[in-house]
Design a protein around this ligand. Structure first.
Ligand code: SIN
Length: 283
């Protein structure tokens, strides 16, 4: 079958069928990259994909970056983060709360990931409906819809992003230990970035990681952040992906935010494998 694609309504999303990711020509790969950057998130419908195939395909986008959650990495393929609610011997086999808050992957790094790729091995299903959707926001569309005045106001401002804030403060998790705090000190990125590939202006702020605005007092900084975080959640900028087993979801991690929907629980099982591609400084 030849490659076919279908665009969603709104600024985000495309579904691609008929792609043999193992034998994708350079032209085919360039097409996928173009579609990804145009649509922010794309879903390749596959008949199944091994860990090695996922890693090899992800590497075509750039160098892969291992997640800091050592206990949640695939034992045999540490390039892959396991995202799952499944327990084995009473222990989670992967990260049980990845995506709990709107975020971009690796915002707590000085060079956040450029592209992420999540593959569905098991999808929870109840009453004829898939559960555990993943939602996205177009941060380019959100930026463009800001008033000129707000765009000017945030132009030179930088948001502070922190791993410790995400885990220890928001989740109350033991993951946000002092050791991790030292390993991943807070970093700052512009509130509005120019996308390194497309040049499109995108908001870069998230509920999960953005704690404050550099050089702005806490109350005023929080006011600006709240205003932006409310603005981006408008339905016009959002897209929600309903999973099927075999879906390979790829997102432009600098142009979108994402959120996992926790509307399922064991015995309904969800098992995903995530690869993330290294990025660069956002200025
Ligand atoms: C993630 O945030 O990378 C995971 C998203 C999901 O599990 O839907």
């Amino acid at each position: 079958m030849a490659m076919q694609y279908q665009l969603n309504d709104g600024p985000l999303g495309a579904y691609v069928r008929g792609v043999d990711i193992n034998h994708l020509t350079p032209d085919g790969f360039n097409f996928i990259c173009q579609l990804l950057h145009d649509r922010g998130v794309i879903t390749i419908k596959t008949d199944g994909m091994s860990e090695v195939q996922q890693i090899d395909f992800a590497k075509r986008f750039g160098e892969l970056q291992k997640n800091f959650l050592d206990d949640s990495l695939d034992n045999r393929f540490p390039e892959l983060l396991i995202v799952s609610n499944i327990l084995e011997n009473d222990k989670p086999i992967g990260s049980t709360d990845a995506g709990r808050f709107w975020h971009t992957d690796g915002a707590y790094l000085s060079t956040p990931h450029s592209v992420s790729m999540l593959y569905a091995v098991e999808v929870p299903f109840a009453n004829g409906k898939a559960l555990g959707d993943t939602s996205f926001i177009s941060m380019g569309a959100a930026y463009e819809a800001l008033s000129h005045e707000t765009q000017q106001q945030i132009e030179s401002l930088r948001g502070v992003h922190s791993l410790h804030f995400r885990y220890a403060t928001k989740s109350g998790s033991v993951i946000g230990t002092e050791e991790l705090k030292k390993k991943f000190p807070p970093v700052s990125h512009p509130l509005a970035i120019s996308h390194p590939v497309t040049g499109r202006r995108c908001l870069y702020v998230s509920e999960g990681y953005t704690t404050s605005i550099e050089g702005v007092d806490d109350i005023q900084g929080q006011r600006i952040l709240d205003q932006l975080l409310n603005h981006i959640k408008q339905p016009a900028f959002c897209f929600r992906h309903s999973w099927s087993v075999g879906d390979l979801l790829i997102w432009d991690n600098l142009a979108t935010l994402h959120l996992a929907n926790f509307d399922y629980a064991l015995p309904l099982r969800r098992l995903m494998r995530r690869a993330t591609v290294s990025g660069q400084s956002l200025g």
